[in-house]
Design a protein around this ligand. Structure first.
Ligand code: GLV
Ligand code: GLV
Length: 324
């Protein structure tokens, strides 16, 4: 018979159509609210496949509630820190994710955030609206230039590399990176980039872009210790996961001038409460986790997640399988 699946949100209709033919679907149909934990635990009972998002915590309890039929968990995201991979491995549950399709879009957003912070765009827009545009003035609303700068990238995977490619034409002086998998000679040839130790990345970068995945090693790595080593005029951009940054340490660093400014597409928690101190700082801008948010990319992510789920149910090769 048909496989039973649970989908944790409203998803692009193209992907839903693909799944409808082959599966019996139960779904949390809301577009903009997460499935309540109890509802999730109830609805996964007996399913063969789970289609989830990065906002769903898929831990041992959820996997246990699903029971022994569960063959595949497919997340519509490139990040997978919300899934208990150890339990999946132990229970032979395959895991699908969506690399590659969102790389370029997320790199676009990383550059957007960098330029927005560098050129103080949100302050400038607010100044116009608030009647604070006195006259053109030589030193008013001055930001900082990319040309001649040293750009550091923490996490030089697909997204980090795609971001580096975009920045090269801005005339940056040097691209340095630190990443778990070590130096990438082919990319270095192409871009003139260079692998460095984390401490050198902190000390040399004018702009430090965080594009890593969240792992035990990257959790909290941008903490007081790191901010103390960074340049006083440096700018931090994070489009990976909020947990890579010790947010209270960042707030302190932005307040006390240890670094110049920050641009964050990810925070802890998400959504960021509106009374967060981060939102009171004029040298910090926060976006609501929109790195991959274009219609085209979200459609491709949804379709890839659907293909992963269907392949996992059939026991065939998945186009985006996470090696456990
Ligand atoms: C977005 O953060 C993703 O993991 O796809
Ligand atoms: C993930 O962060 C990637 O590099 O694609």
């Amino acid at each position: 018979g048909k496989s039973k699946i649970y989908i944790t949100r409203q998803i692009p209709s193209e992907a839903l159509e693909k799944l409808k033919d082959e599966c019996i679907i139960a779904q949390w149909k809301e577009a903009e609210s997460t499935v309540p934990r109890n509802e999730l635990l109830q609805n996964v009972k007996g399913i063969h496949g789970l289609y989830c998002l990065l906002t769903d915590k898929i831990d041992k309890e959820v996997i246990g509630a699903a029971g022994p039929n569960l063959k595949v968990i497919s997340t519509m995201s490139v990040g997978f820190n919300h899934i208990d991979l150890q339990t999946c491995k132990e229970q032979n549950i395959r895991v699908g994710y969506t690399p590659d399709v969102l790389t370029e879009t997320t790199a676009d957003l990383t550059v957007t955030l960098l330029l927005t912070v560098c050129r103080r765009i949100t302050e400038a827009v607010a100044a116009v609206k608030d009647g604070k545009w006195g006259t053109w003035s030589p030193l008013w609303m001055c930001g900082t230039s990319l040309k001649g700068s040293t750009v550091g990238i923490y996490g030089f995977g697909r997204i980090g590399i795609a971001t580096a490619r975009r920045l090269k034409p801005f005339g940056v002086k040097e691209i340095i990176y630190s990443t778990a998998s070590g130096s990438k000679p082919e990319i270095d040839n192409e871009l003139g980039s260079r692998y460095v130790e984390f401490s050198e990345l902190l000390e040399k970068s004018d702009f430090l872009l965080v594009t890593c995945s969240l792992t035990a090693d990257s959790t909290g790595i941008f903490n007081n210790n790191a901010f103390n080593q960074m340049k006083k005029n440096s700018i931090l951009i994070n489009t990976s996961r909020g947990e890579v940054v010790e947010q209270n340490d960042l707030i302190d660093a932005l307040r006390s001038g240890k670094i110049r400014a920050a641009g964050l597409d990810v925070t802890t928690p998400e959504p960021l409460p509106t009374d967060s101190e981060l939102l009171q700082l004029n040298n910090c801008i926060v976006l609501p986790h929109i790195g991959s948010a274009t219609i085209e990319t979200r459609t491709q992510m949804a379709l890839l997640a659907a293909e992963n789920l269907l392949s996992g149910l059939k026991g065939t090769e998945m186009p985006g399988e996470l090696k456990l």
